[in-house]
Design a protein around this ligand. Structure first.
Ligand code: UDP
Length: 420
């Protein structure tokens, strides 16, 4: 068996107060024909990044709704994660160089993990490219292709990234492995691109957990205390970006934008909060680059999980900041945007990937295309606190309707019904 990730218990009824009774009722209705179904989620890491974050809520909520849901992680050596990182970048369109040896490494580790994957499930959902070949490898092992005639399990590939303009080398390599699935889930329908043949392509945006330590209510006093203890002067304005240190999140551009804002808003501070995930070997490198770019500026604060900045601290930063930046150049969805809006903080976000479905431009923040524009919008929000607060409230309401875990669960149940 693959390694099981233990999850905390969560109760759907606790979500009714924040997400609405109606959505919880709809979940209980929709799950009826699926009661007891065995559901397995498989991904590459139990900690760090958006996918782990999502599963930590989705799996226990599926359980509470009456499914026998589990989460397991694959294992691989650093050489494997280097290849899958290149796949990830390549699928998002980056020019990556991959050799036959890299493809062999990818398949080698997928095979090792596939050998340990049990098929005693109704639905197996594999997340992202790392475990993507496992479906066909298992089907070959069991001499049972996908499709209704093959019975259980149904194979679902949940892709959290945008495949609409992929590097052709990675796309062509992966395609036969992906077409072994019964269904694909994409954050937006257009992320599936053209050419990928799957019986069902479902559009399901991800979501945030409104009751997790990262998103739950927190008093202003507590939030200020946390941020203050981390060295930020809470008497002065603060801009924050919460993101892995990754070129697509443009941390260097964030610093450049901050420097422009400071010309107009003296005293403003910048916090950059970024955990280092173990499947992200570039993280440390990019953290170092960011630190160099900050050049010892006392008003630029860099934090990682190694500084003890975890969920509650992220929660506090998203509340205390007057503006949250999410200056991504490419983005799958960008959970950090919904997280910040949920706390009533307006977000200035790159006009990329899933960010525009979260930020209605000029309503709950701004969409920007450049460092200059990011700086102008952030400056405007800092100078117009009344409007900023209004935008924050609009953002919170939008997230309540569209981007909470309960809606995500409901979308999964609808897909399972289609596949059952
Ligand atoms: N995150 C965190 N600590 C950090 C940086 C990020 O907990 O220092 C979380 C962040 O709050 C969000 C997730 O990691 O829940 C990142 O998801 P997102 O979709 O924004 O980006 P990804 O990392 O998946 O590209």
């Amino acid at each position: 068996m693959l390694q099981e990730v233990p999850v905390k218990e969560k109760r759907l009824k606790d979500y009714a107060a924040v997400a609405g009774e109606d959505v919880v009722d709809e979940i209980l209705q929709s799950v009826r024909p699926l009661k007891g179904a065995r559901v397995l989620h498989v991904n590459a890491t139990a900690f760090g990044g958006g996918v782990a974050e999502l599963l930590a809520t989705l799996v226990p909520l599926m359980r509470d709704a009456g499914l026998d849901a589990h989460w397991q992680v694959i294992e691989g050596a650093p050489e494997f994660f280097q290849v899958t990182k290149a796949f990830h970048n390549g699928l998002q369109g980056m020019d990556v160089s991959l050799t036959q040896r890299d493809f062999d490494t990818f398949l080698h580790y997928n095979r090792l993990n596939a050998e340990r994957l049990s098929t005693d499930w109704d639905f197996i959902i594999l997340h992202d490219p790392q475990p993507a070949a496992m479906a066909r490898l298992v089907q070959e092992r069991e001499q049972r292709p996908a499709g209704a005639a093959a019975g259980k399990p149904r194979w679902i590939w949940r892709c959290h990234i945008d495949l609409s303009s992929p590097n052709p080398v990675v796309r062509d390599f992966l395609r036969p492995w992906l077409e072994a699935y019964d269904a694909g889930i994409f954050t937006l329908r257009r992320y599936a691109g053209t050419g990928l043949q799957l019986p069902i392509i479902a559009e399901i945006p991800p979501s945030i957990d409104p009751l997790s330590p990262k998103n739950a209510a927190m008093s202003e006093e507590e939030a200020r205390g946390i941020v203050g203890r981390l060295g930020v002067d809470t008497g002065r304005p603060l801009i924050t970006q919460v993101s892995r240190f990754d070129p697509w999140k443009d941390p260097l551009g964030v610093i450049d934008a901050f420097r422009l804002v400071r010309e107009r808003v003296p005293g403003v501070q910048l916090a950059m909060v970024g955990s280092l995930a173990h499947d992200d070997p570039e993280g440390q490198l990019y953290y170092d680059k960011t630190k160099d770019h900050a050049g010892g500026d006392p008003d630029i604060h860099l934090y990682t999980n190694l500084d003890g900045v975890a969920d509650r601290e992220v929660n506090a930063f998203q509340r205390v900041s007057q503006v949250i930046l999410q200056k991504s150049l490419r983005e799958g969805f960008g959970l950090t945007v919904s997280e910040a809006l949920w706390k009533g903080t307006p977000v200035v976000g790159g006009n990329a990937g899933g960010i525009p479905i979260q930020i209605d431009d000029g309503v709950c923040g701004y969409l920007v295309e450049s460092v200059q524009e990011a700086a102008e919008r952030a400056t405007y929000l800092l100078q117009h606190p009344g409007e900023a607060a209004e935008m924050g409230r609009a953002g919170q309401e939008k997230v309540r309707r569209r981007f909470l875990s309960t809606r995500n669960l409901l979308d999964y149940l609808h897909l399972f019904q289609r596949l059952a």
